[in-house]
Design a protein around this ligand. Structure first.
Ligand code: NAP
Ligand code: ZN
Ligand code: ZN
Length: 353
């Protein structure tokens, strides 16, 4: 029998302005429905930076980020039947939800009415008085219903970013029926945006990538974009006025949303997945003229996350990654904020030892 909790090595932060450092955290013991996962790889999402730095409102510290987790099952609870020791699995942004509200029943656990349990920085209802801690750590304990199967043909490190960047782009692309005959804009070619290009292309859409970075201009074609636009150039932007059916906006900082609404056709929709710190002003006539929709989308449900992983397995889609040791996480955050990563940092968790 396991003790009621275990001490686990992790990297986290104790204040908004503090760097991430080595720390020990407590995880709950494996209960009947839990699996314990030794973490092999964890992607570095811009949301990790927003949260570690309290950019979305006050974060509770200590905070151990990381919600793009791939690892190996090392122990299972008595009632676990979906996974066994040795399985390679993934964990994304959620580790629990109420499972009873209308949205949980519809497979939309991310919109759970009482609120889903985030992989980090949420109260852990199975471990009273404790917060959840994320994937910048050697292991994690998760209810089997929030654990995903990883397709066998995919590179494990490059698959980690699918658990957030993959599902966050897949879900809205599906919801807004992106596919053959649709012209889709992807704005911001970072971790999310580069996955958005690959997935929208695999869904059969005509993909137009919008970037502020000249260095990504040529490469966006390699990722699958049919056309690439340097968004700082008003002449290039003007050529797309009224041309796009759907736009997925994955920008992490303030930018002019009205410019992009202007690129939609009548009845077109722009969905925000990027979550900048400050509000984005929308002019009334940006949506009135052309009956346009301005909306948003958050990650995806568990069943849809499995569907996305299987889709990526079928289409051989993974992220373009730069592998780092956990000791370089603060440097990686700086580079991420400066747009200097192609296109996702992934932590090799063996480095924690
Ligand atoms: P990222 O890798 O840093 O990518 C963001 C991209 O936005 C950059 O690569 C850059 O693309 C563009 N950008 C950055 N600053 C800009 C500026 N000032 N003006 C215009 N463009 C700028 O971040 P990420 O991990 O993909 O995350 C993107 C955003 O989505 C973050 O805010 C994150 O918190 C949020 N997010 C939301 C969800 C959700 O469920 N909705 C899930 C995960 C993440 P270019 O160089 O191509 O211009
Ligand atoms: Zn994320
Ligand atoms: Zn619920």
């Amino acid at each position: 029998m396991e003790v009621s909790k275990s001490t686990v090595k992790a990297f986290g932060t104790t204040a908004a302005a503090a760097p991430l450092n080595k720390m020990d955290i407590s995880r709950r013991a494996v209960t009947a429905h839990d699996v314990k996962i030794n973490i092999l790889y964890c992607g570095v999402c811009h949301s990790d930076v927003h949260t570690a730095r309290s950019e979305w409102g006050p974060t509770i510290y200590p905070c151990v980020p990381g919600h793009e987790i791939v690892g190996k099952v090392v122990s299972v609870g008595d009632h676990v039947n979906k996974f066994k020791v040795g399985d390679v699995v993934g964990v994304g942004c959620m580790v629990d939800s109420c499972r009873d509200c209308q949205y949980c029943k519809e497979g939309l656990e991310q919109y759970c009415e009482p609120g889903m349990t985030g992989t980090y920085n949420s109260p852990d209802k199975h471990f009273p008085g404790n917060l959840t801690f994320g994937g910048y750590s050697e292991s994690i304990v998760v209810d089997e219903n929030f654990v995903l199967r990883i397709p066998e043909n995919l590179d494990l490190a490059a698959t980690a970013p699918l658990l957030c960047a993959g599902i966050t782009t897949y879900s809205p692309l599906r919801h807004w029926n992106v596919g053959p005959g649709k012209k889709v804009g992807i704005v911001g070619i970072g971790g999310l945006g580069h996955m958005g290009i690959k997935i929208a292309k695999a869904m059969g859409a005509h993909v137009v990538a919008f970037t502020t970075s000249e260095s990504k201009f040529e490469e966006a074609h390699r990722l699958g974009a049919d056309e690439v636009v340097l968004s700082k150039d008003p002449h290039q932007m003007a050529a797309y006025r009224g041309k796009l059916d759907f736009i997925l906006d994955a920008v992490s900082a303030e930018h002019n949303i009205n410019t992009y609404l202007g690129l939609l056709r009548v009845d077109g929709s722009l969905a925000l997945v990027g979550a900048p710190e400050q509000p984005l002003p929308v002019a009334a006539f940006s949506v009135i003229v052309g009956r346009k929709s301005f909306s948003g989308s958050m990650i995806g449900g568990i069943a849809e996350t499995q569907e996305m992983l299987d889709f990526c397995g079928e289409h051989n889609i993974t992220a373009d990654i730069e592998m780092i040791d956990i000791q370089n996480i603060n440097k990686a955050y700086e580079r991420l904020v400066n747009g200097d990563v192609k296109y996702r940092f992934v932590i090799d968790m063996a480095s924690i030892n």
